[in-house]
Design a protein around this ligand. Structure first.
Ligand SMILES: Cc1cc2nc3c(=O)[nH]c(=O)nc-3n(C[C@H](O)[C@H](O)[C@H](O)COP(=O)(O)OP(=O)(O)OC[C@H]3O[C@@H](n4cnc5c(N)ncnc54)[C@H](O)[C@@H]3O)c2cc1C
Length: 432
């Protein structure tokens, strides 16, 4: 398959929202029943009335949308690079799939006996293991099974440590909020966000979309890729009598059709996931010791980027000219029948090019995480956490430098990106 070719099972999906308005459907705001913030004036009968006026305005260099696996790292990196940074997260904590869905075993930071991903993701993971008195894998040993070198982290501690590192770097955090409307400005973007009881206007130069399914890219009407049938999500829980919170190995149940794209689809996945956990409890007659608050979503949308990584690129370990980080994991596609990981050939270490993080024909926006531009099979390996963290760091460096230079990420000289990444401890693939 050529580099810009989309696989047979993929189809291009234009966003359902209008390109002109660049806004979500008008179901995202409503009046506030009590304690109305300053932007929402009271009507003559004393009831608060909704207006479009924001309660808060933030002027920043970089806005990171989605504080999950990739977004957390992106925000810390952007701020450490000197960019004024705000992160907007629809949920109540940082970490996304790593914490809220309880997939607390990030991989893979190593390949073939050496570390291939480091930087801020590794800093956070290794410090949280140390603080939890856990044990790090020995990367000089090649394990028999790939998952043996995934790093077990305490999801609760990881989320708090992530907040601590954000505070230290100067990242501002806005939980329970999400973008509602985007408008281009001379300097970049005006992003109107909504939360419960509050509206925020963000004026920023660059956006890093780390929402998992590229929601902001969709709001701009830029094309995304999606399969007709996607991989199942999983809900994670623990049955039994002994549980060691933050340590115990959780069990998983597939949630077929799980889709992270909208509040409605996330609600449906959570209801379905919890129903099957309840059925399990009834059937097994064992106590429910732990349940994650949200389903983990493996797949939804991916962007169509300036470059599309094919499974051939991935399995051959193609060294892209504009590679910004490594990745490593078997091809790992989950179906109704389960998963049969296909390990990479010995010595192969795939790379991720900057152009796979940049939506085609876009300006002032870059993505990181599982939504990177890739075909389905390549994505099944690229979506893992260490790779998402490495992408987050690289995307943030490109965004911070673009903000500094008054340009777009694609136009930032690659050697500057590489230089700043190395300065912040990341491993940059060697060009061949
Ligand atoms: C069940 C399961 C098992 C897995 N197993 C492994 C494994 O063994 N090893 C491994 O390394 N990886 C594994 N993965 C893959 C990996 O965990 C994910 O692909 C990866 O964490 C995705 O990172 P992300 O940053 O792209 O998305 P997420 O971590 O999901 O982050 C997205 C964030 O964006 C927020 N968000 C979404 N939309 C909006 C919006 N509009 N506004 C504001 N915020 C928004 C979400 O709340 C979330 O916090 C697994 C995944 C699942 C689901």
């Amino acid at each position: 398959m050529g580099n810009d070719h989309c696989g047979r099972r993929q189809f291009l999906q234009r966003s359902a929202v209008s390109v002109a308005g660049m806004s979500l459907a008008a179901n995202s705001t409503s009046g506030v029943a009590s304690g109305a913030p300053s932007g929402n004036a009271a009507s003559p009968d004393g009831q608060p009335q909704h207006t479009d006026a924001p309660d808060v305005t933030d002027k920043v260099d970089v806005l990171v949308v989605g504080g999950g696996t990739a977004g957390t790292i992106a925000a810390i990196q952007a701020a450490r690079a000197g960019a004024q940074t705000l992160i907007v997260e629809r949920n109540s904590q940082l970490g996304g799939t790593t914490t809220t869905a309880g997939v607390a075993f990030p991989g893979l930071f190593d390949a073939w006996g050496k570390q291939i991903i480091a930087g801020i993701g590794w800093e956070l993971v290794s410090e949280s293991v140390e603080l939890d008195r856990g044990k790090l894998p020995d990367f000089s040993k090649v394990p028999r099974r790939h998952w043996q070198n995934q790093v077990r982290v305490n999801q609760f501690l990881y989320a708090i440590l992530a907040e601590d590192k954000c505070a230290e770097a100067g990242v501002r955090i806005a939980y329970y909020e999400f973008p509602r409307k985007l408008t281009r400005t001379a300097e970049g973007w005006q992003v109107d966000c909504v939360g419960f009881g509050t509206q925020r206007r963000v004026l920023c130069k660059q956006i890093v979309d780390c929402t998992g399914g590229a929601s902001v890219v969709a709001m701009l009407g830029l094309p995304r890729l999606r399969e007709e049938q996607t991989q199942p999500g999983s809900i994670r829980f623990m049955l039994g009598s002994a549980n060691s919170p933050g340590r115990g190995a959780l069990q998983s149940l597939y949630v077929h059709g799980a889709d992270s794209s909208t509040s409605r689809s996330v609600t449906a996945a959570n209801l379905e996931g919890r129903r099957s956990v309840l059925a399990k409890v009834r059937h097994r007659k064992r106590r429910l010791m732990h349940l994650q608050p949200e389903t983990g979503f493996r797949e939804s949308y991916r962007i169509l980027g300036e470059t599309l990584i094919t499974v051939g690129d991935y399995t051959s370990g193609r060294k892209f000219d504009d590679a910004v980080c490594n990745a490593f994991y078997p091809v790992d596609l989950h179906t109704k029948r389960g998963v049969k990981p296909k390990p990479l050939a010995e010595g192969v270490v795939p790379t991720i090019p900057l152009r796979a993080l940049i939506p085609k024909n876009s300006r002032n926006i870059i993505v990181a995480g599982r939504c990177l531009s890739s075909d389905r099979l390549a994505n099944s390996g690229l979506r893992v956490q260490a790779s998402c963290m490495a992408m987050g760091q690289a995307a943030a460096v490109a965004a911070a430098l673009a903000a500094r230079r008054g340009t777009t990420p694609l136009k930032v000289p690659l050697d500057e990106i590489h230089g700043l990444l190395r300065e912040h401890g990341a491993i940059v693939p060697k060009s061949t």
